[in-house]
Design a protein around this ligand. Structure first.
Ligand SMILES: Cc1cc2nc3c(=O)[nH]c(=O)nc-3n(C[C@H](O)[C@H](O)[C@H](O)COP(=O)(O)OP(=O)(O)OC[C@H]3O[C@@H](n4cnc5c(N)ncnc54)[C@H](O)[C@@H]3O)c2cc1C
Length: 458
């Protein structure tokens, strides 16, 4: 039929075939009379009473905004949102199939039924796996291709991304004041959640990252509640016995000192927290625990600083490259090879995940720690990535390189058990937990780590 029959004046040159219609919109095959080929699209219509056109149009807009989460293997994927001749048109990647509501209401062969049921479960599983909740799952929004057995979900107009509510602090792990570390745990909840929310809102990570908040912090909350129960029990039993058992109380308190101080949290391996295969390269920087700082000397100005203080709460990942005993400025040094990879390789996580025009260290902040005394090294000879030009005025950042504090005898390599012969890479998350320990030349593994949860910058 002529599109103008449905959409009015201005559409006389287009024909369309309505394939089906649901609340507030038609799904049609559109063909311009003077052009080859056809497109498939959802278009709001005024005739349906259930959803006014404006609401239908905003549902299509919302559906289009979810495009990057939807995969054609299990969803009718939006391709383009077009505003044309007064109509909002959502062009989709349609290659066949019809809504399930056309197939139900009549006997169905059991084999076909089971195939559809299994494919539908798979599609819903994929949907939830990428952090989406549909909120309008019904036969009309399930597209079945009888020829191929494929099931695609459609109608994402009110779908939302999971999870939608986060609880942190005492709201999710109330305990008696006796436990005495609620503040530490609460602040770390917020730190854990904060950088993840920022990464998702900045478009650096997909919303699925937010699932890791509960996965990591729920376990800590449970530990805190269990600890409080045990601790309160010890104090109560001492009181019942007519007086505190000072030795037992003291022993328990001392044994759990690190826990009470909030530094005993240990995240398990996950896409954010790597495996322990290379832990031996930095035995004192335990993967999954808080980065344990150490005093160092800043190379550029010989200032004694704490390495941990290089990491501000700014949502950036830190990559600490601990150098072997060689000259880091020499051609072919491990540090130079790492810098070359990060600065130039197509697979470099710095290049992949840093938006165009942003400072080179705005997402992943590389720092280097050398073994030599600071007087033995020349700042200006170091790789350019360790002397980046940044900000509006392109000023050089001289605060990327550190040496051990040999004068005071506090050698970070000894203190943190760094392998002096091989050196290593230590990746630290924005909430200051050690995420990875890798060999200095494990460039591909470093890239794979960031690829595991970060989106490529546009
Ligand atoms: C006696 C005592 C001793 C403690 N000692 C220690 C210690 O030594 N070490 C330690 O680490 N921790 C200690 N804690 C625990 C620590 O104080 C808490 O765990 C921590 O303050 C929890 O922080 P929070 O932000 O989650 O909650 P809170 O600090 O309770 O903040 C919640 C905020 O929300 C506000 N609020 C509530 N309802 C609403 C609403 N409807 N609308 C708007 N605002 C609302 C409240 O007024 C409050 O300001 C102790 C606690 C007590 C009570």
């Amino acid at each position: 039929m002529k599109a103008s029959v449905l959409f009015g004046a201005g559409w006389e040159d287009d024909s369309l075939e309505v394939l089906w219609q649901d609340a507030g919109r038609v799904f049609c095959s559109l063909r311009r009379d003077d052009a080859e080929g056809e497109t498939h699209a959802f278009i709001p219509i005024t005739s349906a009473a259930e959803h006014p056109t404006l609401e239908s149009a905003s549902r299509l807009t919302h559906e289009y905004e979810l495009q990057r989460y939807l995969d054609s293997a299990w969803a009718l994927r939006p391709l383009e949102l077009v505003r044309e001749r007064g109509q909002t048109i959502l062009v989709v990647d349609y290659t066949g199939g019809e809504p399930l509501d056309r197939l139900v209401g009549q006997p169905m062969e059991i084999g076909a039924f089971l195939r559809i049921a299994a494919a539908l479960s798979g599609a819903v599983g994929q949907l939830h796996g990428c952090g989406l909740i549909h909120k309008d799952l019904k036969p009309a929004n399930v597209l079945v291709d009888a020829a191929t057995g494929r099931v695609q979900l459609a109608g994402f107009g009110i779908a939302s991304r999971l999870p939608r509510i986060f609880i942190a602090g005492d709201a999710c792990h109330t305990h008696s004041p006796k436990a005495g570390q609620g503040m530490n745990v609460s602040m770390q909840d917020a730190f854990n959640l904060g950088w993840k929310l920022a990464a998702v809102l900045r478009g650096q990570c997909a919303p699925g990252l937010l699932h890791s908040y509960s996965a990591e912090r729920q376990a800590v909350a449970k530990e805190l509640i269990d600890f409080d129960r045990e601790w309160a029990g010890i104090l109560a039993s001492a009181a019942k016995a007519g007086g505190a058992d000072a030795a037992r109380t003291q022993d328990y308190f001392v044994r759990h000192g690190r826990y009470t101080a909030g530094t005993a949290t240990h995240y398990r391996p996950s896409p954010l927290t790597g495996a322990t295969s290379h832990q031996h390269l930095a035995e004192g920087l335990v993967i999954g625990t808080r980065f344990h700082s150490a005093p160092v000397i800043r190379l550029a100005d010989a200032k004694p600083v704490h390495l941990g203080h290089a990491a501000q709460a700014d949502g950036r990942f830190r990559v600490y490259a601990f150098s072997p005993a060689e000259d880091p400025a020499a051609a072919g040094s491990a540090i130079r090879a790492l810098c070359d990879f990060l600065a130039e390789a197509r697979e470099s996580p710095v290049r992949r995940h840093t938006p165009a025009g942003a400072d080179i260290d705005s997402v992943i902040d590389l720092r280097a720690v050398f073994q030599q005394d600071h007087r033995a090294l020349a700042v200006e000879a170091m790789p350019a990535l360790l002397l980046p030009r940044k900000g509006r005025h392109g000023l050089i950042d001289y605060e990327k390189m550190f040496c051990p504090d040999l004068k005071s005898g506090q050698d970070v390599f000894t203190m943190r058990g760094i392998d002096r012969r091989a050196g290593c890479i230590v990746v630290v998350r924005p909430d200051q937990y050690v995420a990875q320990v890798l060999p200095l030349d494990a460039h591909a593994a470093l890239a794979a780590y960031f690829d595991g949860f970060m989106l490529r910058a546009g």
